[in-house]
Design a binder for this molecule. Structure first.
Ligand SMILES: C[S@@+](CC[C@H](N)C(=O)[O-])C[C@H]1O[C@@H](n2cnc3c(N)ncnc32)[C@H](O)[C@@H]1O
Length: 219
């Protein structure tokens, strides 16, 4: 996918501000809605080095992630104190440890066979990392590799894009709805004003930053 954000240098250059360093609160609160059982597979597009990967694997889920940056993936394993095996497959380096498979490469190259048996897609800071001109392609690819249209737990952000440039970009619930609506019913689980938690965003001039957790289920 052609992007103007250089994610590879981003990971080398910066302490990633989007990295929570703890398990996502919405994931903990809402995972049970999806009635998964240990052994089920959860896919995390654009997974970074999210602590959520480890937390889900520790609950007994199989986690599959895709991430452009090898630096992010290797940091994930080092910080989680997990060993891994690394192999090369077409388009990807594949990092594996028990319950975890992380593909280093472009989401757009992933094939449906790589997500076979997936029961949930967990999108946190993923669609909001995609520029507006690529969002429809991102969603089309998620639908292509997920022909069973499994549920999605999606966390998005809404703020005044005229005041601050992304990433993360502002992707209002209305945009998520128009991107996914042909196939999915969208349920708003929770919206929280987050500007007080992000003083550096306020310093850039933002007065509001709305974070919303959504449940998407196929019609
Ligand atoms: C904002 S970060 C979010 C990471 C993670 N979801 C989290 O919650 O911490 C977005 C990540 O997407 C990765 N990325 C961007 N475009 C990608 C693509 N086309 N395929 C795979 N990964 C990509 C970036 O390297 C970055 O780590």
């Amino acid at each position: 996918m052609k992007q103007s954000v250089d994610w590879h240098s981003y990971w080398v250059r910066e302490k990633p501000g989007f990295h929570e360093g703890k398990v996502n609160a919405y994931l903990q609160q809402y995972l049970s809605l999806f009635q998964l059982v240990p052994g089920d597979t959860i896919f995390m597009p654009l997974c970074g080095k999210a602590v959520d990967i480890l937390w889900l694997a520790q609950q007994g889920f199989q986690v599959i992630g895709v991430e452009l940056s090898g630096v992010a993936i290797e940091s994930f394993f080092a910080e989680s104190q997990l060993t891994y095996e690394k192999s090369s497959i077409p388009h990807f380096s594949c990092y594996q440890s028990p319950n975890i498979t992380l593909y280093q490469g472009d989401l757009m190259d992933l094939q449906p066979s790589q997500l076979a048996r997936c029961k949930l897609i967990y999108d946190r800071a993923s669609i909001v990392a995609i520029e507006s001109f690529n969002r429809a392609a991102y969603v089309q690819q998620l639908l292509r590799i997920n022909p069973a249209a499994v549920p999605i737990l999606l966390i998005t952000l809404d703020y005044d894009q005229n005041v601050m440039q992304g990433p993360p970009f502002s992707v209002p619930v209305s945009e998520i709805t128009s991107l996914y609506e042909p196939l999915y019913r969208i349920e708003l689980l929770q919206s929280c004003e987050q500007i007080e938690e992000r003083p550096n965003w306020r310093a850039k001039g933002l007065n509001s930053l709305l974070e919303s957790a959504l449940r998407l289920e196929a019609h």
